[in-house]
Design a protein around this ligand. Structure first.
Ligand SMILES: [Zn+2]
Length: 224
């Protein structure tokens, strides 16, 4: 692995819901000892812990809107200063707009960091729908599994933590999944084009087993 700036590995991972990007982010986190920053989870944490950022966020999220850019940047900025991110990070769920992508680059530049790559995981819609409908999550550590594509090695036991309780999202129906896919396209596609233009994009075929996709990502990251 050749690190561009010698300061660690700094990645963005993107892909529609159900492409397995969270799973792949977890693989990269363990492989390189970097932190996995899922901004969706970070936002929920801030609200739950009622931090200053959380209080400001609550109204926006309750109205079904997105968190304001400055708050997102502020939240990501302070998070990547923490010790577990010293080898780098993988950002998941952010940036979602070109404006956010530009703000992110500026904030990172102030820390002397530049992104190494933006990984886009691509999976056909029909596969995504099948995957999400069969998806369930470990209630102990949050690892996600799928009936068809990513079963635990031992039936009913989490590979990561050994947990035996799993949950399914109630809002996973064909209609809501199609709505989420459309929303993803409308909002996120421009950022993918943006990263392609500046030469950071690595488009990865996400159709296959977790190991197969991890291998493709690994190959793409090693091709400098
Ligand atoms: Zn688990």
């Amino acid at each position: 692995m050749s690190f561009v700036n010698g300061k660690g590995l700094h990645l963005v991972i993107t892909g529609a819901p159900g492409t397995g990007k969270g799973t792949q982010a977890g693989v990269l986190k363990r492989k390189y000892g970097i932190c996995h920053l899922s901004t969706g989870e970070m936002l929920r944490e801030e609200v739950k812990k009622a931090t200053k950022i959380g209080e400001q966020l609550k109204d926006h999220l309750a109205a079904g809107g997105f968190a304001p850019d400055e708050l997102m940047i502020q939240m990501v900025s302070s998070r990547i200063d923490e010790p577990d991110c010293q080898n780098g990070f993988i950002l998941d769920g952010f940036p979602r707009t070109i404006k956010q992508a530009e703000e992110l680059s500026k904030m990172l530049a102030q820390k002397g960091i530049s992104l190494n790559a933006v990984i886009e995981i691509i999976v056909p819609d029909q596969v995504i729908v099948d995957r999400i409908l069969g998806r369930y999550t470990c209630m102990t550590c949050g690892e996600s599994y799928s009936d068809k594509y990513h079963k635990p090695k031992v039936q009913g036991v989490c590979d990561i933590c050994g947990g035996i309780k799993f949950s399914k999202r109630l809002d996973d129906t064909k209609e809501t999944i199609e709505r989420r896919l459309k929303k993803y396209r409308d909002f996120t596609y421009p950022t993918i084009a943006y990263y392609e233009k500046i030469g950071l994009l690595k488009a990865i075929n996400g159709n296959g087993s977790v190991n197969e996709v991890a291998e493709r990502i690994n190959n793409a990251l090693n091709m400098k």
